[in-house]
Design a binder for this molecule. Structure first.
Ligand SMILES: C[S@@+](CC[C@H](N)C(=O)[O-])C[C@H]1O[C@@H](n2cnc3c(N)ncnc32)[C@H](O)[C@@H]1O
Length: 244
């Protein structure tokens, strides 16, 4: 590396995947990146409660590390979101330009439906000199499969992951050709999903994992008698379409 690289003076933003809940599911590289940074950022929790990433990393932080909660509102309005990403990028850059590394803790994996993506893209656009390192980790479908004691996929099975379901007709058509389906963010549409699974005779081949790997994890195997469930946001549903 050359010594006249202007980015050398700046700190580095580390996007650290901290895993799905159990603090021990962070990787060694993730832990090292987290602990070497003087500043640790994470999405601010709601209603003054610590957010999930903040809870996961709590056992690993030192008292001399500065904690930087960043606001990422739970809205769809792109203007509101863009302003929040720009503000977060500005806050992070203030440390980076002083030569301080910032570790951003991301629940699950950093590249899998993660808020970090928007922060990283915005930071790079606003401050092209910013250097970003990505540390991969354990994402929730993998954690859920282990919690269920099932292989997520075997042989040549086709796996489909749906980030959210805005249209249940789409799910119907995917169930016609996919062999394993993972539904993220299922909590708000569970009752409609249940109806689809019933029509397709797949309720006995469906599992829900709430808060995978956390002490209050809940698993539902066979959804036949469960048309109405109040699921937390951190829930996902696995359907094994082909292993009937
Ligand atoms: C914005 S996505 C974040 C995904 C995360 N980056 C990952 O790697 O799994 C949030 C959704 O992921 C799923 N999820 C994340 N962590 C989970 C966990 N510990 N247990 C069950 N579902 C989880 C839920 O479906 C939740 O609505």
């Amino acid at each position: 590396m050359t010594t006249n690289d202007s980015s050398m003076a700046n700190g580095i933003l580390y996007g650290v995947s901290v895993g799905p809940g159990d603090p021990e599911l962070i990787t060694l590289k993730g832990l090292r990146s987290l602990q070497q940074a003087p500043v640790v950022a994470f999405p601010r929790g709601i209603q003054d409660k610590p957010g999930i990433a903040q809870q996961i990393i709590a056992p690993w932080l030192r008292s001399d590390q500065q904690q930087l909660p960043l606001d990422f509102p739970y809205v769809q309005d792109i203007e509101v979101l863009t302003k929040a990403w720009q503000l977060a990028a500005k806050q992070v850059w203030e440390y980076l330009q002083k030569g301080q590394d910032v570790a951003f803790a991301c629940e699950g994996d950093i590249s899998f439906y993660s808020t970090f993506t928007y922060l990283a893209q915005t930071l790079q656009q606003m401050y092209p000199a910013a250097v970003i390192n990505y540390v991969p980790g354990v994402c929730s479908p993998m954690a859920a499969a282990s919690a269920l004691g099932l292989p997520l996929t075997v042989r040549q099975e086709r796996l489909v992951v749906l980030p959210a379901i805005y249209n249940v007709n789409e799910l119907e058509s995917i169930l016609d050709w996919a062999e394993v389906v993972v539904l993220m963010k299922v909590s708000s549409v569970y009752e409609q999903v249940w109806q689809v699974l019933q029509r397709k005779s797949l309720l006995q081949h469906s599992w829900i994992v709430e808060r995978a790997t956390l002490p209050n994890m809940v698993i539902y195997k066979d959804l036949s008698d469960r048309p109405h469930l109040q699921l937390p946001y951190f829930s996902l549903l696995v359907v094994q379409v082909s292993r009937q």
